[in-house]
Design a protein around this ligand. Sequence first.
Ligand code: ZN
Ligand code: ZN
Length: 347
Amino acid sequence: MDALLVSPGSDLRYLTGYDAKPLERLTCLVLPSSGTPVLIAPHLERAAAVASGIEQLGVEIVTWQETQDPYALTATLVSGGVVALDNHMWAEKVLALAEAMPGVEQRLAGPVLRELRMRKTPQEVEALREAGAAIDRVHTRMGEWLRAGRTEREVGADIADAILAEGHATVDFVIVGSGPNGASPHHEVSDRVIEAGDTVVVDIGGTTPAGYCSDCTRNYVVGGTPDAEYAAYFAVLREAQQAQCEHARAGVTAESVDAVGRQVIADAGYGELFIHRTGHGIGLETHEEPYVVEGNDLVLEAGMAFSIEPGIYLEGRHGARIEDIVVCTADGVERLNLTTRDVVALP
Ligand code: ZN
Ligand code: ZN
């Protein structure tokens, strides 16, 4: 590849620290295989780019005026026949770059950048640790909001406030899956009124001011006790998640972590009800590489961070999922979520 072209998003933030606004106007880091990297930016964004400190990294800022063609300007900075674009670049920018550089082959930059982003530095691990502690504090306070007679939406709004109050800059998602809604893994909130005896899946996450994400699922029962079948499969789920956390370490494959938990769940007769992969990497994005899924034979290394979140879902009745973020160490994992993984009974 002769150059990476990186538009606003987590790749740009990762490489330069510049958390640029994604706009219709082109901002693009041109990182040639040799030579000086250049940030193309609209003139009106210059101050924000300078404030990010990007120039201290040796990146030259070149701005364009409102009536200039930023794609033609970008093309003048690229020599060679192959450029790689960040995976999330908007289609309108991809096509405009192609038009400005006829004959230049476009590829995805993901395969290059993931090699960097998957392996967290000690500073990134510390940032993820802080994010984990922040979301743990929200789970610890769940009894303040989650009770029978309230809707999922009302509870979710209070949780969102707490996600911010406990140290996040943004709320990324709030899932309050009560009763049968717990059987839908990506249910968010609804106007369903939570009933006494309901089990509730609460999966929440946000992004800290440092840019790193949290993501943690815990299970609650409100004003009663769960039915016998729930208790039976929850015990299996708990065992599966524990087995996966004990198995994961540097040197084993990502897919083997999935298999270890899936085996426990299948052996107990619930294999058909574990309907998603085990987990996803996490960092500047909630979902990034490595994915913990059958078919991913990536060998885990120290510093890789990902979720371990098996689930069992009984459609129409209830469901459960236990999710921790973990970081691989040489001889195991460090869990970044430390609240109890048992079902928490609330009054
Ligand atoms: Zn997750
Ligand atoms: Zn989650």
